[in-house]
Design a binder for this molecule. Structure first.
Ligand SMILES: CC(C)(COP(=O)(O)OP(=O)(O)OC[C@H]1O[C@@H](n2cnc3c(N)ncnc32)[C@H](O)[C@@H]1OP(=O)(O)O)[C@@H](O)C(=O)NCCC(=O)NCCS
Length: 241
């Protein structure tokens, strides 16, 4: 099996990153799929928050994950009642990115269908968790798709479906992976996405950084000097285990 490298997303790969979107989100509205120009802007705004997986043998991008920083007091469903994916991601541009935010907002994570089940998503999650620890963020928040719900929607509600997945009785390629990577369900999001098969139902998920130090106390940032530069050059050659 060929070696997979996890790297910060690089500008020369943005077309390949975009090409994965329709493969991984075939039923998601085109307006909600990320384009090459979006990836390029993510790299400009927050280079260390963007990751890609490359098959070393072919040099092809086989997975991506994007995110930005935002501020939340806490992750509660009432607060997210009118929350929509397209607004959260500023139409794909991530111009809502707040460098002083306390949460990493996971925009998406996708792995080429031929490369699934090889632990690439786990390595993306590990890279994102390491970033959260390095920046002393409170955690991560996700509005997660539940693609498997499409096959069950005539026999149960989205809430019931998610409870079955949580109990391990149904495998959902997305939600099961997120739960196995330490995310906790905080609630359900209605009409979050434009994805007809799942009727727009999504999960509100949170991962809490166990090493987070509350504001006001000395943090890793203040203990170890100023935050690292966020320039793309600093991250262009970093690889993640
Ligand atoms: C979600 C997605 C990124 C996962 O990528 P992946 O690289 O295949 O995931 P991984 O290989 O790291 O992990 C899959 C997990 O599911 C588990 N799994 C796989 N098949 C399973 C099954 N039939 N039953 C139970 N668990 C199963 C694996 O064991 C693994 O868990 P582990 O790490 O604890 O062993 C990928 O399926 C994808 O691109 N989906 C489409 C896009 C999408 O919906 N993205 C999320 C948007 S919110």
């Amino acid at each position: 099996m060929s070696e997979i490298l996890i790297l910060n997303t690089q500008a020369e790969y943005v077309e390949q990153c975009a090409a994965l979107q329709p493969l991984c989100y075939p039923t998601l509205a085109k307006e909600e799929q990320l384009k090459a120009e979006h990836f390029a802007n993510h790299i400009r705004l927050f280079p260390e928050g963007q990751f890609m997986a490359i098959d070393r043998a072919t040099g092809r991008v086989v997975g991506t994950t994007a995110g930005f920083l935002t501020y939340y007091d806490r992750i509660e469903p009432e607060y997210f009642r009118h929350h929509k994916f397209i607004d959260a991601i500023a139409g794909g541009w991530l111009t809502n990115h707040n460098p002083r935010g306390n949460y990493y907002y996971g925009v998406d994570m996708c792995v080429h269908p031929d490369y699934r089940g090889r632990g690439i998503a786990r390595r993306f999650h590990d890279a994102r968790k390491a970033l959260c620890k390095r920046l002393n963020l409170k955690g991560q928040v996700i509005g997660g798709m539940i693609p498997g719900f499409a096959a069950y929607k005539h026999v149960m509600t989205a809430h019931e479906y998610v409870r079955y997945v949580q109990a391990g009785l149904i495998y959902d390629s997305t939600l099961t992976t997120q739960l196995r990577n330490g995310f906790v369900l905080r609630g359900m999001l209605e009409n979050y996405l434009d994805d007809p098969p799942t009727e727009g139902w999504s999960t509100l998920l949170e991962w809490r950084n166990p090493d987070y130090v509350e504001f006001g106390l000395p943090t890793p940032r203040t203990l170890h000097g100023p935050p690292r530069s966020t320039s793309a050059a600093d991250h262009s050659h970093a690889t993640y285990p």
